[in-house]
Design a protein around this ligand. Structure first.
Ligand code: TAP
Length: 453
């Protein structure tokens, strides 16, 4: 078996060696999962719920350890990493309530009794990116296990360590062998095998739109169930009647959180032209105030980018002649650092304005009126998130209804909440995760008619 080295992006030092799974490993894991799923679906709902609660408790007891792993392999500030580990616990606990509530319907029909069941879809392939390795794993894992599915997860090559540890915690909690397995390895090998294998009945994929399209085409061959959570280029729309102080103070965190490696990053700030100057003056100290540094320091707000290659990609959007209006600072020395960067003015066809950068780079563009703001926000193939800043309630509702995106926040930059549905319009995805209905996406509806005559 070959191995590869996981690197700490804040120090560029090697962290650990991880096995690179092969197609044969994937086939064996899928076979184990298929057998385990038959037993798991037969576990009484109350017992399945109890095991999920124990799993959540195990995660809770290891929040600090998991956070330290996330900080080391992904460069996330330790405060954020603790929140992420806590989210895994909370998502598992939330969906632990589902097995006992997975009810069907009784539908009035002539000549008999008609009932529906929600059957588990079977083995689920969960393909996870490197930007939020723990939360995104849990968003698929919690509802899939609750539905009675078995999960084979493929973490991103760059960030496998937390997933491997969480799978150990699942066993410690008493989950049966094979119900949740983690296969570190290459996307083009292990991820592709999950897509191609006929015994994997559903793929839950989070990652780039480019790979997502490829995964969708692969799933089509088997008419395989599929959830896609893809990229974004979301707008933060600031109207002149907003609390400009608050809008400017919070705007950096809406895009530089996780060093901009966030599908929900509000990476286009659209500002009503009449207050552009005031807004920029307020934005400058806010951007310079973002604390970039050692992710292990509890005060740090922004860590490094994930890799040297990704930093080069981000930097390509800011050539020497780029219109840099504000730039923050980064530590000297080793680490894949990139400073918080504000570009303005940018032309509407500039790649920095049209493409997902997935780094700490944001553009600021003025708009004339409400109609123009909506048109600009929607002028993108993406539709994942966004924010609206205004003191006019009617406008907030009008604009929220008009912006073609799955998750909007008004006078805030709400991040993902596990209680509420999350997913994208247009090329940002397909289907929804989280919220009260997520378990449905891991089930098939079965209709049964029982004759009484
Ligand atoms: P991708 O390069 O698309 O990788 C995502 C996952 O897919 C990784 O585990 C990757 O494995 C795997 N993969 C690669 N090729 C594959 C193939 N042929 N078949 C199956 N799996 C394959 O994305 P990324 O760079 O890790 O993440 C950044 C992207 O994810 C951004 O576009 C971001 O917006 C998006 N994202 C979206 C969301 C939501 S919820 N919408 C959340 C987070 C991130 P390797 O690690 O081996 O490449």
């Amino acid at each position: 078996m070959t191995t590869y080295t996981v690197i700490n992006p804040a120090t560029e030092q090697p962290l650990t060696q991880v096995a690179r799974s092969t197609v044969e490993d994937a086939d064996a894991a899928i076979q184990r999962a298929a057998r385990a799923q038959q037993r798991w679906r037969a576990v009484a709902p109350g017992d399945r719920a109890r095991l999920l609660r124990r799993f959540a408790d195990q995660v809770d007891a290891h929040v600090d350890e998991l956070a330290a792993l996330e900080t080391a392999e992904a460069g996330h500030p330790v405060g954020a990493a603790r929140w992420e580990a806590g989210q895994v616990r909370d998502v598992l606990m939330y969906y632990a309530a589902a097995p006992e509530r997975l009810t069907g319907r009784q539908i009035p029909v002539p000549g008999g009794l008609d009932v529906t069941f929600r059957e588990p879809v079977g083995v689920v392939g969960l393909i996870v990116p490197w930007n939020f390795p723990m939360p995104i794993l849990s968003w698929g894992l919690g509802p899939a296990l609750a539905a009675g599915c078995a999960v084979v997860a493929k973490p991103a090559e760059l960030t496998p360590m937390t997933a491997v540890r969480i799978a150990e915690l699942a066993l410690d909690a008493g989950l049966p062998e094979g119900v949740f397995q983690v296969l570190p390895g290459q996307g083009s090998v292990v991820g592709q095998r999950l897509v191609d294998h006929p015994d994997v009945r559903k793929i839950a994929f989070t990652g780039s739109s480019e790979v997502g399209r490829h995964v969708m085409a692969g799933c089509a061959r088997h008419v395989k169930r599929l959830t896609l959570e893809l990229g974004g280029k979301s707008a933060n729309i600031v109207f002149a009647d907003a609390d400009l102080q608050k809008a400017a103070a919070t705007a950096p965190y809406a895009v530089f959180d996780n060093a901009g490696q966030d599908c929900c990053a509000r990476s286009r700030i659209l500002v009503e032209a009449s207050v552009l100057e005031t807004f920029m003056a307020l934005l400058e100290p806010a951007v310079r105030g973002v604390l970039v540094g050692d992710p292990a320091d509890a005060a740090t707000e922004m860590g490094p980018l994930i890799s040297a290659a990704h930093r080069a990609h981000v930097a390509s959007y800011v050539p020497d002649d780029a219109p840099v209006a504000i730039r923050g600072s980064v530590p000297d020395g080793a680490g894949f650092w990139y400073p918080p960067t504000v570009l303005a003015p940018v032309s509407p066809d500039s790649p920095a304005y049209t493409e997902e950068i997935f780094g700490p780079v944001v553009t600021v563009t003025p708009f004339a009126d409400e109609a123009a703001a909506i048109a600009m926000a929607n002028d993108t193939p993406y539709g994942l998130s966004g924010s609206i800043w205004t003191s006019n309630v009617g406008r907030a509702i009008r604009v929220a209804r008009a912006v073609e995106t799955g998750n909007l926040s008004v006078n805030s930059h709400s991040s993902v909440r596990y209680w509420t549905p999350f997913g994208g319009f247009k090329q940002s995805g397909l289907g929804r995760e989280l919220g009260p209905d997520a378990v449905d996406a891991f089930t098939e509806v079965k209709n049964v008619f029982i004759a009484t005559d």
